[in-house]
Write a protein that binds this ligand. Structure first.
Ligand code: HEC
Ligand code: HEC
Ligand code: HEC
Ligand code: HEC
Length: 209
């Protein structure tokens, strides 16, 4: 969707640029364009166009295969799926993120939490063996953090959760995602909801350290 919008706006910009550049006679651009293509063909020969086509195809393939990855979010050390665990199996968020209402750091679950089930469920799955390795070597799982705030903003979940604001209001439909996409929150995101819900807007005092 974002890609489509970007493509359409780029096309619009290009049209405007051509209209301005040709002082309202866009056909001039295309005859000039056709003429330069003819000249390049004569001067450089067909090999130039073969090379150009290869570059175009490679470029297309790059965007085709790269863009789903950018929509999905970071690959994690273990391909943990919220869709499966929190959605399909309906495990409560707090089972894994136990400190969310109490601390500045809701915390990502320690591997013991996973083994609580995975000592019994698909215990020999290669990805679950990774969990055992982390556990046996006492290594914290190197999960990649995906939600960010600007450095100087202090955020505490507690007040929000006590007001029954759903996790989804800020984190999106976690239960439907395999890999969390994450977000770099901007201040406008906080302000918008605070205005709507008539919460504290005095952000310099309340949110900034
Ligand atoms: C309350 C039980 C429970 C907990 C806790 C739990 N899981 Fe699972 N997990 C499951 C079940 C059930 C399945 C589905 C097993 C199956 O496919 O038969 C599963 C499947 C998986 C799979 C395999 C998915 C696939 O594509 O085959 C991975 C990887 C996984 N879990 C990782 C984790 C990690 C990492 C944690 C800890 C953060 C965790 N699980 C915590 C119950 C749990
Ligand atoms: C079985 C354990 C488990 C359950 C249940 C679970 N999570 Fe998670 N959560 C994890 C693990 C493991 C990670 C780190 C890997 C990742 O980002 O996918 C994580 C990461 C996150 C993050 C990203 C934090 C960051 O910045 O990296 C958010 C937000 C989150 N979970 C919200 C939720 C919400 C909301 C629910 C309930 C709908 C939920 N989780 C249920 C295990 C769980
Ligand atoms: C009002 C918005 C809001 C709500 C509601 C919310 N979160 Fe968050 N959450 C955030 C922000 C902002 C961050 C990033 C905090 C940071 O980087 O300091 C975050 C970070 C996290 C993290 C990563 C923490 C870490 O230690 O890296 C987890 C896990 C998480 N939230 C889980 C949840 C769960 C579970 C719920 C629901 C019970 C929830 N959040 C509700 C805004 C929210
Ligand atoms: C979905 C709505 C929503 C979003 C998004 C949200 N907040 Fe809030 N926030 C509230 C509400 C409602 C309260 C009031 C809670 C209360 O009255 O106890 C609150 C209270 C607070 C407080 C306590 C203010 C006080 O009175 O002392 C702070 C600090 C805060 N939010 C920071 C943030 C920051 C930082 C962000 C952005 C990362 C954010 N909030 C995003 C709804 C939101």
């Amino acid at each position: 969707m974002e890609i489509l919008i970007t493509a359409i706006s780029l096309l619009g910009l290009l049209t405007v640029a051509i209209l301005i550049g040709t002082k309202g006679h866009p056909t001039r651009f295309f005859t000039a364009f056709g003429e330069s293509i003819r000249l390049i063909w004569i001067n450089r020969g067909p090999l130039f166009w073969v090379a150009a086509c290869v570059v175009l195809v490679l470029g297309f393939l790059f965007f085709y295969y790269a863009s789903p990855a950018t929509r999905v979010g970071a690959a994690q050390p273990i391909p943990f799926s919220h869709r499966l665990h929190a959605g399909h199996k309906a495990i409560d968020c707090r089972f894994c993120h136990s400190y969310v209402a109490r601390s500045h750091h809701p915390g990502l679950p320690a591997v013991e939490k996973c083994l609580f089930c995975h000592n019994y469920i698909i215990a020999n799955h290669p990805e679950i063996r990774k969990e055992h390795d982390y556990f046996n070597t006492n290594t914290p799982t190197p999960w990649i953090k995906v939600f960010y705030l600007p450095e100087h903003v202090l955020f505490n979940h507690q007040r929000h959760i006590l007001k029954d604001i759903a996790c989804e209001a800020c984190h999106g439909e976690v239960r439907e995602m395999d890999r969390l996409k994450g977000e770099r929150f901007k201040m406008g995101f906080c302000i918008e909801c605070h205005r709507e819900k008539k919460a504290n807007l005095d952000c310099w005092l309340a949110c900034h350290s």
